[in-house]
Design a protein around this ligand. Structure first.
Ligand code: B12
Length: 307
């Protein structure tokens, strides 16, 4: 099958299913990223005959809640609310099915699946031409800032791979590094996972430094993204995309459910019903801990009456 034809078909299909950015990279050259000896990161180990990676990005810049600004409500992230916490999976299904219908193998990366592949998607996206890695280590797209949730398909189809990576446009900017209250970005482009608040909020040990900086965050942190100049226009005025309605419907009645005094009384069942499918991996016990800290803070801010 002609690779140009196949590649164009995938682009059309991806855009029709609401994917905002799509690109193609060679499936080789990932073996240097076997972090913690986690073999699931090399596409060749998932599919020895892999030829291409299809990388997809869905814009989530508009997936926010007005309640985040209110200390009596828990704050989380666009990624968390989008449902693409680990990888974009569902919107890639039509593309994978299409490849299979043409006789190829196609495996959607799904970090939540046992044995699922967790390709380093930021790196794959750079290679596929979607953008560059900022000093916060996130993928920055000229058009969408850091607000692309990423997903990937590993396939043995030969596709038209991106020929030239985008230049890194961060230059002398250090806004994300300076904004991080826990110094998780001291080394540009490399996230210190041990320090990162997003990680720490899901860990047993929550250092005092994080407790002091978390404000009303109960899961995830977007401080480095809020500081990134490439996101400025999206913070002020998010783009309206094909998926915008879908996200709006999904979260329209959620705002109220982040009201901290209610969350503090959530049973484990309620927590699981409401949040488990988001795959954030935060156990109920730690969720309650985060809620308690945020609630205490709200109670101690004298000027803000409990709404
Ligand atoms: C595990 C994980 C986490 C962990 C660990 C983070 C980590 N090490 O990347 C924690 C919980 C901390 C985390 C936090 C966040 N995450 Co996260 N995370 C993932 C996940 C599932 C795997 C990431 C991974 O293991 N990467 C592999 C390692 C090797 O990457 P790395 O440590 O960043 O190493 C890179 C850099 O160091 C870089 N590098 C090293 N030296 C140099 C030098 C130069 C010059 C350059 C340019 C680069 C460079 O190269 C390495 C390879 O890319 C991915 C999904 C996926 N499958 O990729 C999402 C993902 C990376 N996360 C994402 C996001 C958005 C976040 C958060 C912002 C959460 C939020 N609030 O929304 C924070 C961001 C913190 C930050 N500044 O990076 C998005 C990123 C989207 C984007 N546009 O980039 C992803 C792709 C999820 C998704 N569905 O879209 N995350």
């Amino acid at each position: 099958m002609e690779k140009e034809w196949l590649t164009e078909k995938i682009k059309d299909l991806a855009h029709a299913t609401g994917i905002d950015a799509v690109g193609f990279a060679e499936a080789s050259g990932f073996s240097g990223y076997l972090l913690n000896r986690n073999q699931r990161r090399d596409p060749k180990l998932t599919m020895p005959n892999a030829k291409s990676i299809v990388v997809a990005g869905i814009y989530i810049g508009g997936v926010t809640m007005a309640e985040w600004e209110n200390p009596w409500y828990g704050r989380t992230s666009r990624l968390y609310l989008s449902g693409f916490f680990l990888d974009v999976v569902k919107p890639l299904e039509p593309v994978a099915e299409f490849l299979k219908s043409k006789g190829y193998h196609a495996k959607i990366c799904n970090g939540s699946e046992r044995g699922g592949s967790i390709l380093p998607l930021k790196l794959a996206a750079v290679r596929a031409g979607l953008g560059w890695q900022g000093k916060h280590s996130l993928l920055i797209s000229k058009k969408y800032g850091t607000f692309l949730a990423l997903g990937g398909i590993i396939t043995d189809a030969v596709l038209e791979h991106n020929a030239e990576e985008e230049p890194n446009r961060c230059r002398k900017c250090t806004a994300c590094q300076e904004a991080c209250p826990v110094d998780a970005l001291a080394r540009p482009h490399v996230l210190n996972v041990e320090k990162c608040m997003s990680n720490r909020l899901s860990e047993e040990n929550l250092p005092l430094e994080i407790r002091a900086a978390m404000e009303n965050r109960i899961a995830d942190c977007e401080i480095c993204q809020d500081a990134c100049p490439w996101n400025r226009k999206h913070l002020e005025n998010p783009l309206v995309t094909k998926m915008a309605d879908h996200f709006q419907q999904k979260i329209s009645n959620w705002g109220g459910s982040f009201y901290l005094p209610n969350l503090a009384n959530y049973s484990e069942r309620q927590y699981k019903d409401r949040f488990e499918h988001l795959n954030t991996g935060i156990p109920y016990r730690l969720f309650r801990r985060n809620v308690r800290i945020a609630l205490k803070r709200a109670e101690n801010i004298p000027a803000t009456a409990n709404p």
